[in-house]
Write a protein that binds this ligand. Structure first.
Ligand SMILES: *[C@@H]1O[C@H](CO)[C@@H](O)[C@H](O)[C@H]1NC(C)=O
Ligand SMILES: *[C@@H]1O[C@H](CO)[C@@H](O)[C@H](O)[C@H]1NC(C)=O
Length: 213
């Protein structure tokens, strides 16, 4: 190619590349359409305003912790905040009363950054080699929970604790070990064969977590 042709070629590549990038800036979810593995379809860009990209005061309100875990969370995922669609991020706030705990759970789709904003939180995760990484965190501390690993959080302090978390996905997903084992219709014989827990105890746990069989 001569110089002029090369230059023309470079400009057309840049032109088409910048056009493609501009079209991918964002894709605010149209929640009336079904979700796909790649997320939701986009709302018509012509109808968007700045308010599609702002979610007011969602994470400043204490959540209702009147439950046996003395723990609750408010999620800001794509279904609450459609602008997150396709952007690989989301947030949540959680509250832990004194003695409260989130049971062992995992987010199959996201790593989680947890910032303690009030009180004291003991948090930890378990690696796929079954090594435990846990620590009592104070206000201002941040822990990263790697994607998909089992983890927990509890409040060992003398005052309520609050955390703000961010996830590396607009749809982090949630799987809780006690509900996976005892909160469904997995037969008691299967739970016993795979955990060695006595059947009587399994039936008690199924009653506590809403399971049958
Ligand atoms: C969205 O924009 C299109 C084209 O500008 C318009 O025809 C349509 O009525 C708008 N829809 C809403 C819900 O505003
Ligand atoms: C908190 O949840 C409990 C149990 O579901 C309910 O009885 C109570 O009314 C709720 N409190 C508020 C302030 O919503």
């Amino acid at each position: 190619m001569d110089m002029a042709l090369q230059t023309l070629f470079l400009f057309s590549v840049l032109f088409f590349a910048s056009k493609a990038v501009a079209q991918l800036d964002f894709c605010v979810a149209d929640l009336s359409a079904p979700a796909t593995p790649a997320g939701f379809p986009c709302k018509n860009q012509a109808n968007l305003t700045v308010d599609d990209f702002v979610f007011s005061s969602a994470l400043m309100t204490k959540t209702n912790t009147s439950n046996p875990n003395k723990a609750a969370a408010a999620a800001l995922f794509v279904t609450q905040f459609p602008a997150l669609n396709g952007l690989g991020t989301s947030m949540a706030r959680f509250d832990l009363d004194v003695g409260g705990a989130f049971p062992m759970h995992a987010h199959p789709g996201a790593s989680e950054l947890l910032l303690v904003t009030e009180g004291t939180i003991n948090a930890g995760f378990i690696s796929s080699a079954n090594a435990v990484y846990s620590k009592t965190l104070e206000k201002g501390d941040v822990i990263i929970i790697p994607r998909g690993l089992l983890h927990y959080a509890m409040n060992p302090g003398k005052s309520p604790a609050v955390g703000i978390v961010s996830f590396s996905s607009p749809t982090p997903g949630l799987q809780t070990t006690n509900r996976a084992l005892f909160g469904n219709n997995l037969p008691t014989e299967v739970v016993q064969a795979t955990t060695f827990i006595d059947q009587d105890q399994i039936k008690k746990l199924k009653a506590a977590f809403g399971g049958t069989n």
